[in-house]
Design a protein around this ligand. Structure first.
Ligand SMILES: *Cc1c(COP(=O)(O)O)cnc(C)c1O
Length: 440
């Protein structure tokens, strides 16, 4: 049982080339073209099993994959097979889950401004839980449920006063967040549910304290605050909540210097906090939901790029330009995120040089990795950037009018296209020149 998180897919091998899932990445680049997202099925399944194993002592646990990190039919199918439910944030994600054959009772709908149409679709498809974010939504959801003769099972999204930013976190009485009810508003919304919103069935509370979290301790504090609030609700409203959703956010290892907690450490913090809080506040054990996204899917993904132009500015910097960049991976330019890369076809070259890997987009800020030691690079070399499974494809755009790359799933030396590469025709497929412009 591994207790540390990995930097690379678990099947990564270095032969004459880098292999992932038993597939030579150079063959993948030739067969499917670059840039190419490659997803290793074995890594996804192994991490899912680590989650299940880590929470073995807490029987009432429900794992919900946060779809926003990467959502497509094949990925949802794998997570479904592994027994995960799904945290969704739009009708697009809910629709994808339903088309992947997911049981809709395992889907939770979350978000701070769900539209009427999205709520209608979710109710029609039978989504299992709504995480109600605000007063407006509670009224809207109740009204639509009533008109359809349905009852919506809900969690109340609350802001527990913990805010995490990777390496540190702050705990305050109140935080400035667009998500959820402030603790001071909880009594008011519960009174509305009890007295007015007859088509809402309150099952529990929900919080999410941040993303790329590096302190297991912040989960301990979160659980303590949520159980304390559940006990307070029991006392004030005589409602015993059955469910507590602690959200996602576990950090991953993007570089050798990153040391995020293992899944085992996360589970230990949650389980210990739970036991302590249940004794202290004397309530019965709720079902715990956990919603990991990044920590499930990030490490399984790599992106392959081809080296194009090289610009050497003597005594300043050597720019090596790749055929992708900020439109397929917006994280470096958006969050100054760091990544690790290797040269897939130069595994055994030990002489290295310091270069900067630049993207192909028309922005000076489109730099994928600044200052990285790599074997001497030439046009045509294949670069493998690790840990691109989460928040890469799901945040990709057509900036500069570049078609989005495709995605292949690899396993046991087999590769299958799970998202095809966009074509130039795709770019104009939904466009139209009005007749009055044609007539001139
Ligand atoms: C984004 C989000 C998650 C997943 O976060 P990760 O950092 O990808 O684990 C889980 N729950 C909620 C409510 C979220 O908004």
């Amino acid at each position: 049982m591994s207790t540390n998180q990995y930097l690379r897919p678990v099947t990564t091998e270095k032969r004459e080339h880098i292999y992932i899932g038993g597939c030579d990445t150079i063959d993948l680049a030739k067969k499917y073209g670059t840039p190419l997202y490659v997803l290793d099925e074995a890594t996804i399944r192994q991490i899912c099993r680590e989650y299940k194993e880590a929470f073995r002592n807490y029987k009432n646990i429900r794992m919900m994959y946060a779809c926003k990190s990467l959502c497509n039919l094949a990925v949802l199918k794998i997570l479904d097979e592994e027994g995960f439910g799904f945290d969704t944030v739009s009708s697009g994600e809910i629709f994808t889950a339903s088309k992947a054959g997911v049981k809709m009772s395992k889907v939770l709908f979350n978000g701070n401004n769900k539209s009427l149409e999205e709520i209608e679709l979710a109710l029609e498809l039978g989504v299992g839980r709504f995480s109600v974010d605000n007063f407006y939504e509670a009224e809207l959801l109740n009204r639509i449920s009533e008109s359809k003769g349905k009852t919506a099972n809900i969690l109340l999204r609350i802001t527990p006063g913990i805010e995490c930013h990777t390496h540190d976190y702050i705990q305050t009485g109140q935080i400035d967040s667009k998500f959820g009810f402030d603790l001071s508003q909880v009594d008011e919304i519960i009174n509305l549910i009890k007295n007015k919103y007859n088509n809402l069935n309150l099952k529990g509370i929900h919080a999410h304290i941040g993303s790329q979290i590096f302190e297991a301790r912040s989960y301990y504090d979160e659980v303590e605050i949520l159980i304390k609030e559940a006990a307070r609700i029991k006392e004030v409203h005589s409602i015993e909540l059955e469910e507590v959703n602690i959200g996602g956010g576990l950090g991953v290892k993007y570089t050798e210097n990153d040391c995020p907690p293992s899944v085992e450490e996360l589970a230990a913090a949650v389980t210990e906090a739970m036991q302590a809080a249940l004794e202290k506040y004397n309530i019965s054990e709720p079902v715990i939901y956990i919603e990991p996204g990044r920590s499930i899917i990030s490490t399984a993904g790599v992106t392959l790029y081809t080296v194009g132009s090289v610009k050497n500015i003597p005594n300043v910097r050597k720019y090596v330009a790749l055929d992708g960049g900020m439109a397929d991976n917006p994280r470096p330019s958006t969050y100054q995120a760091k990544y690790t890369a290797e040269v897939a076809n130069k595994v055994n070259n030990c002489e290295t040089e310091l270069v900067t890997l630049a993207g192909r987009y028309c922005e000076s800020g489109d730099i994928l990795i600044e200052n990285i030691e790599l074997p001497y690079l030439e046009t045509g070399d294949i670069i493998c950037v690790y840990n691109t499974g989460a928040y890469n494809y799901s945040m990709a755009s057509n900036y500069n009018r570049v078609p989005k790359p495709g995605m292949v799933l690899v396993n046991n030396s087999q590769s299958d296209m799970i998202v095809s590469r966009e074509s130039l025709e795709d770019l104009i497929a939904r466009e139209n020149i009005p007749d009055r412009l044609r007539q001139q």
